[in-house]
Design a protein around this ligand. Structure first.
Ligand SMILES: NC(=O)c1ccc[n+]([C@@H]2O[C@H](COP(=O)([O-])OP(=O)(O)OC[C@H]3O[C@@H](n4cnc5c(N)ncnc54)[C@H](O)[C@@H]3O)[C@@H](O)[C@H]2O)c1
Ligand SMILES: [Zn+2]
Length: 285
């Protein structure tokens, strides 16, 4: 690890946790988890794009911390966020002797985080979860706030839970391997935070746009930590989405979701649809 991690605390009473953001920190994951919770057995869930090198580094670090580590690899893509894949994972967890002393570690984008989080929330009535997001979208959005779940045919995120992790470990260097289109789509959610919550942050994004495009690691650490702070504040003020105050996070999403649905979820990435949605919303305003 090259510098001190930035730490964002998520205050949720007994369910409080920390998000740590740093560079090259994946090899320290075992220490991070060990400081937060006892664990002798970790089930690491990832997808085949993230398996090597990121999930392998994470698994090695967990086993160096003294745990037995099992790695379960799913197919990449939104289609894996299904009850069928969850069912396959539940059965594998059972075969591996997973119990309430085990932890689930999700290493991947929002698909892996939502799915593995849902499996952790439901297996044995809920076991501990650590999120290790590896896409920009997952680092600034899906890994924060505790929403986990799977899709039903024609109904995104329809079955799920609020399941807070024991911690979120963000290594911005994992973004080096992220395809450019995925990276740019993630930036849309970053810009969203500036528009809805923080004009000064928006200005910083504007003046740092070249660094952001080049994936400058320092700029990324600062930007991701700021987004996590903003989302954590909103999510902890309305943990279970009861007051409607979380709705501000849906800026650009009404039109965005409509575009995704109208194109059968196969044409636009979520962030791309949200980018268009934000432009439409701002013109309407
Ligand atoms: N829970 C929440 O609050 C919340 C919020 C926003 C979005 N989501 C969900 O998140 C999902 C989208 O997440 P996503 O955009 O991360 O998609 P994703 O998980 O499908 O990842 C995008 C692609 O990048 C690959 N990938 C991931 N990390 C990589 C890396 N470091 N290097 C190379 N390739 C990598 C993946 O294999 C995949 O092909 C959606 O299902 C959405 O519903 C959830
Ligand atoms: Zn979104």
């Amino acid at each position: 690890m090259n510098q001190k991690p930035r730490v964002v605390s998520v205050p949720l009473g007994q369910r409080s946790y920390e998000i740590e953001i740093a560079r090259g920190s994946l090899a320290q994951l075992g220490r991070f988890v060990g400081e937060r919770t006892d664990f002798a057995h970790a089930v690491l869930v990832t997808d085949s794009n993230v398996e090597s090198p990121h999930a392998a580094t994470a698994a090695e670090s967990l086993s160096e911390a003294g745990a037995t580590v099992d790695v379960l690899v799913i197919e990449p893509g939104e289609a894996s966020k299904s009850i069928e894949t969850a069912d396959a994972l539940w059965r594998q967890l059972l075969e591996l002797g997973t119990d309430r002393q085990s932890i689930v570690v999700a290493v991947g984008g929002g698909v892996v985080g939502d799915l593995a989080g849902f499996v952790a929330a439901t297996y044995a009535r809920g076991i501990r979860l650590v999120q290790v997001p590896t896409t920009l979208l997952a680092q600034v959005d899906s890994s924060v706030g505790g929403k986990v779940g799977v899709n039903l045919p024609g109904a995104k995120n329809m079955v799920g839970a609020f399941w807070q992790p024991a911690g979120v470990w963000i290594d911005v260097d994992t973004l080096e391997t992220l395809p450019p289109r995925e990276y740019t789509a993630g930036l849309a959610e970053v810009v969203k935070y500036g528009v809805i919550l923080d004009a000064e942050f928006f200005d910083r994004l504007e003046s740092g746009v070249t660094k952001l495009r080049e994936r400058d690691p320092e700029m990324l650490c600062e930007t991701i930590a700021h987004c996590c702070r903003l989302k954590a504040d909103i999510a902890s003020a309305d943990e279970r989405e009861l007051t409607g105050s979380r709705a501000v996070l849906n800026y650009g999403h009404t039109v965005g979701h409509a575009l995704e649905a109208a194109t059968d979820y196969g044409t636009l990435l979520h962030g791309e649809a949200v980018a268009v949605g934000m432009i439409v919303a701002s013109r309407l305003a």
